[in-house]
Design a protein around this ligand. Structure first.
Ligand SMILES: *[C@@H]1O[C@H](CO)[C@@H](O)[C@H](O)[C@H]1NC(C)=O
Ligand SMILES: *[C@@H]1O[C@H](CO)[C@@H](O)[C@H](O)[C@H]1NC(C)=O
Ligand SMILES: *[C@@H]1O[C@H](CO)[C@@H](O)[C@H](O)[C@H]1NC(C)=O
Length: 268
């Protein structure tokens, strides 16, 4: 904590002295910039290192006004680059574009989102892939399918009135059709085809978060709490619960067996 504070303070002091030496008047306006920002010559994205992300987060949190934030994000002499408010969803370290990837651009990866209510995601859902039931505690989501087909669904809010199934609404999303997944609602997306699907999603929080429903529910302790909440089934004791816990996947995206069989995909 002390280390973090002193790093923050140092960053702040360094920045204060820099900004004192270079008042806003010296800021190079885009139309007079020597660096070309024409369509042919604008800078290309270069990923930030984890350390640069942390530093930028600290500096932005210390910037009181929007004008101060601009000075942090686009310091004078940066060549008119929007790099600090850009993000490449594929080819970032560790996130190649592949089936079953959901790549999120939120405040953790794009510090420039600090002070906004925006995050975004790009997802590659392979044949028969299921983006497992989950919810976002802090954001509504609007998800648009940009290639292939997904079925999107969410469960409605029923306030302690459980009598049979909680109603679910669903939509087949294809050809740039999008759908709202309201904040805090359990939802999922399933690719029912034998071809890849790609989606783009927008969130109205820079820190949307994610709860995996099965993982979260079956992590509840002690076992009695779980079995009681499931109606104390005779077939589900501590042994079976542990077996079940061992099976629940960590992955965001898994494959649906019946679909995989229909598409001739081996799931072993
Ligand atoms: C991004 O922000 C950091 C911190 O202010 C700054 O050092 C860096 O030059 C900025 N990068 C660009 C391309 O503006
Ligand atoms: C997608 O929408 C466009 C525009 O309406 C239409 O021309 C095209 O045929 C549609 N493609 C599919 C696969 O539905
Ligand atoms: C869309 O998906 C089809 C089927 O997987 C693929 O052949 C095509 O290349 C994809 N198009 C784009 C733009 O990714």
């Amino acid at each position: 904590m002390n280390a973090l504070l002193s790093t923050a303070l140092m960053a702040f002091l360094t920045y204060s002295s820099l900004s004192a030496a270079s008042p806003i008047a010296s800021y190079v306006k885009p139309d007079t910039a020597t660096t070309s920002t024409s369509a042919a010559g604008a800078p290309t994205f270069s990923p930030l290192t984890p350390a640069e992300i942390k530093d930028l987060q600290t500096e932005l949190i210390l910037a009181a006004s929007y004008k101060d934030k601009e000075q942090v994000l686009f310091p004078p002499g940066n060549g008119g680059s929007a790099n600090n408010v850009s993000f490449q969803f594929v080819n970032s370290p560790g996130t190649p574009p592949q089936d079953g990837s959901v790549i999120v651009g939120s405040v953790d990866s794009i510090p420039g989102l600090i002070g906004t209510n925006v995050a975004a995601a790009i997802g590659f859902i392979g044949p028969c892939g299921l983006n497992v039931p989950h919810l976002h505690p802090r954001a509504n989501e609007f998800l648009t399918v940009v290639n292939g087909t997904l079925i999107g669904a969410f469960l409605l809010e029923e306030d302690g009135m459980f009598a049979g199934d909680i109603p679910q609404v669903a939509m087949t999303l294809t050809n740039f059709t999008g759908m709202l997944f309201p904040q805090g609602h359990i939802h999922w997306q399933f690719n029912p085809t034998c071809e890849q699907a790609v989606f783009a999603a927008a969130f109205d929080s820079n820190d949307e978060g994610r709860f995996q429903v099965a993982q979260t529910f079956f992590s509840s302790m002690p076992d009695d709490v779980l079995t009681a909440s499931l109606g104390n089934p005779s077939f589900l004791g501590p042994t079976q619960l542990d077996q079940l816990r061992g099976l629940i996947p960590e992955a965001f995206v898994v494959m649906v067996d019946s679909c995989a069989q229909a598409c001739g995909i081996s799931t072993t």
